[in-house]
Design a protein around this ligand. Structure first.
Ligand code: LER
Ligand code: MN
Length: 270
């Protein structure tokens, strides 16, 4: 398994679960010095990902890009895939599609986490799921044309009511023939929602496309009460060879969080 660390380019997301916030060059230099294989980027939009410049910076540091987040569409523009207004849903899809395109050029998948939205006034959960399936179908196909999966992330109950657990999400993807969509298994959300995270990973097997490597309190693995050993053993047993990406709070300092993350990955999963 390969190591990655989050690098946020959005000032509005300063309080979010991202480790580096000082720009691409500074974040890449720190990630490379610590020995990470890759960075996971959280940009304000596709326009903030100038492909040639990003490729140059990342490769100059011997890194690759693990994934690109789309959550700024929600955070900055309040776009989401199951919004009651079709025009907002369309803009949400366009926002994500543009990120899929630049991520694809950089050899990385895009993530749909908070952009999935939730049911609400005028949208029942059932109709939200129809909208979600439709969007994942179109966006998954676009990702696949660029040689990438699309990463769909079940979130905890305080962030969405669409899917909180891996198994239900995998069943939904299969039911709708969404073969281009893989699951992003965030260990922080799983700690809240899964009765047995290990059993959940076994159940979804090769649907696992990416892992957010976070402890129970969303700090670096080792700073909370999750036991990562059975999780790593299970990921190995299901043949997972993708990224363990530290999407965590930069606590007590970004450097401490990053150092603890890379040490845990080296010790347990390299
Ligand atoms: C995104 O990866 C995530 O985990 C969400 O909790 C962000 O709000
Ligand atoms: Mn996550």
């Amino acid at each position: 398994m390969r190591s990655a660390i989050t690098l946020c380019l959005v000032p509005e997301a300063r309080q979010g679960p991202f480790v580096f916030h000082e720009g691409l060059e500074v974040g890449c230099r720190a990630a490379a010095e610590l020995g990470f294989d890759a960075v996971e980027i959280f940009p304000g939009s596709a326009m903030e990902v100038p492909v040639d410049e990003v490729r140059r910076t990342v490769t100059a540091h011997g890194l690759s890009i693990a994934a690109v987040g789309t959550g700024a569409g929600w955070l900055k523009h309040r776009l989401q895939l199951c919004h009651p207004e079709a025009s907002v849903r369309d803009r949400a899809c366009e926002f994500i599609a543009a990120i899929i395109d630049v991520a694809g050029e950089l050899g990385a998948p895009a993530i749909i986490g908070s952009m999935q939205g939730r049911s609400g006034e005028g949208v029942s959960r059932d109709s939200a799921l129809v909208m979600l399936a439709d969007a994942l179908g179109r966006l998954g196909e676009r990702a696949s044309q660029r040689g990438q999966p699309l990463l769909y992330e079940p979130l905890n109950r305080y962030e969405t009511d669409l899917f909180n657990r891996q198994r239900e999400a995998a069943t939904f993807l299969t039911l709708h023939g969404l073969h281009d969509v893989k699951l992003l298994c965030d260990l922080f959300h799983m700690n809240i929602e899964e009765a047995d995270p290990v059993a959940a990973l076994v159940a979804v097997g090769d649907r696992v496309g990416h892992v957010h490597w976070a402890d129970s309190n969303r700090r670096a693995i080792g700073m909370g009460h999750t036991d990562p050993r059975p999780i790593v053993a299970t990921l190995r047993s299901i043949g997972y060879t993708g990224f363990l990406s530290a999407e965590i709070f930069p606590l007590p300092t970004p450097l401490d969080a990053a150092r603890q993350s890379i040490e845990s990955i080296r010790t347990l999963a390299s």
